[in-house]
Ligand binder design. Structure first.
Ligand SMILES: *Cc1c(COP(=O)(O)O)cnc(C)c1O
Length: 387
């Protein structure tokens, strides 16, 4: 007989996000490999068509990731040296970096405290005669109210690129994010809903822009390798302008096509779990959880909460408490203007961004999450809140 108390078996760590991948994705990838066509080919074309249909775009142009997609979008618009591109600082740093890739200057605008998104008011406050484009982010999957922004910017000849990295499956004015817009760029990184490992997609309503984007992502080639293969053409391709290699592979596209079929189920499950978080956290005083704005619905790509100013511990101490309990939430959305990468820009005051980035955190939320997992997260938060 043993009297020593056995340590309780450690509970599995709860991650902030986990991709939902199954046998079907593995089989689709294997099929692409067996076909011998592993670089950009027919599966990429099919994925583009299926994606465009799903988000209500005329064309989809697959790229290597959302960051290269944003770069390509600004390049397509002719944004360059001497131009300013307005971006939210409250975003993953790739949004601001895109402006730098085309030698333009990012100009940070503040965001709405509830949605975390740019508004016509915050953008108007930073426009100058050098503003050429604005990158509007649908942050964490929450759709931005883009109508007032387009109204403000179109009349001044300023282009809009929608950074929809997080927003596949979110809706805006009753349609999917990306429907009918000039340029929206999506991400298929595993932190987003639909994943291809790495990957991205430009959605556009303009076929001529899609055609040029397809050339530019493939070294500026007049006809892709897949097209020449399909038509048996022996005519040498031409290089119409300097391009990039921003291609997606057919292995990735094969996975993406299966993932797209799971999107509705992914969104439904995330919204169900988010509603449960909201209900069970409702009595934590002052805690605010992100949700649907009046003009659309979120896919809860990131389910972030904002701690009240008088919360008993700091956000960073709360993260430590979660780590002790085997839970991996993340700090809230970053603020690019506070990073060394942008220390060379004139210092700007972005009070809403600074408050949100300091006091928010992203709660674990993934398709396979159980209510027991969720209860562990809720227990920590309520326990700390009641100190
Ligand atoms: C994830 C993310 C990106 C970058 O996407 P990648 O596909 O990883 O390049 C850009 N913008 C936002 C808002 C993101 O969340």
């Amino acid at each position: 007989m043993t009297t020593a108390t056995e340590p309780a078996p450690a509970l599995p760590t709860i991650p902030v996000m986990k991709p939902w991948l199954g046998e079907e994705e593995a089989a689709a990838a294997a099929e692409a490999v067996a076909s011998g066509w592993v670089a950009q080919g027919p599966r990429v074309r099919l994925f583009e068509q299926e994606f465009a249909q799903r988000v209500g775009a005329v064309e989809g142009v697959a790229v290597s990731n959302c960051t290269t997609g944003l770069h390509l979008a600004l390049h397509l618009l002719g944004v360059g040296a001497g131009d300013e591109v307005v971006v939210p600082s409250f975003s993953f740093i790739a949004t601001a970096n895109a402006a730098r890739y085309v030698s333009a200057t990012p100009v940070f605008a503040d965001v709405d405290p509830v949605t975390g998104n740019l508004t016509a008011e915050t953008v108007e406050a930073v426009l100058t005669e050098r503003t050429r484009a604005v990158i509007v982010v649908h942050q964490a999957g929450v759709p931005a109210d883009t109508r007032p922004l387009y109204a403000l910017l179109e009349s001044r000849g300023i282009a809009v690129v929608e950074d929809a990295a997080c927003a596949i499956g979110s809706t805006l004015y009753g349609a999917p994010v990306g429907a009918g817009v000039d340029l929206a760029v999506f991400s298929f990184h595993p932190r987003k809903l639909v994943t291809t490992g790495e990957g991205g997609m430009i959605a556009t309503r303009r076929p001529e822009w899609a055609a040029r984007a397809r050339r530019l992502r493939e070294h500026g080639m007049s006809a892709s390798a897949a097209e020449r293969h399909a038509t048996g053409s022996v005519a040498p391709e031409q290089y119409l302008e300097p391009g990039f290699n921003f291609r997606m592979t057919d292995v990735q596209a094969a996975i993406g096509r299966v993932q797209l079929g799971r999107l509705d189920a992914m969104v439904a499950r995330r919204r169900q779990l988010a509603d449960r978080y909201r209900a069970l956290l409702a009595d934590v005083p002052g805690l605010r959880m992100v949700g649907d704005p009046a003009w659309g619905t979120t896919n809860y790509q990131s389910c972030w909460v904002l701690l009240p100013e008088d919360f008993p511990v700091s956000r960073d101490d709360l993260l430590v408490e979660f780590t002790r309990a085997g839970i991996s939430p993340r700090r809230g959305i970053m603020a690019a203007h506070l990073e060394l990468a942008y220390a060379d820009l004139p210092r700007v005051e972005l009070p809403v961004t600074e408050r949100l980035t300091r006091d928010s955190l992203i709660l674990p939320l993934f398709h396979q999450m159980t209510e027991d997992d969720q209860d562990r997260v809720i227990d920590v938060l309520r326990d700390v809140a009641s100190r």
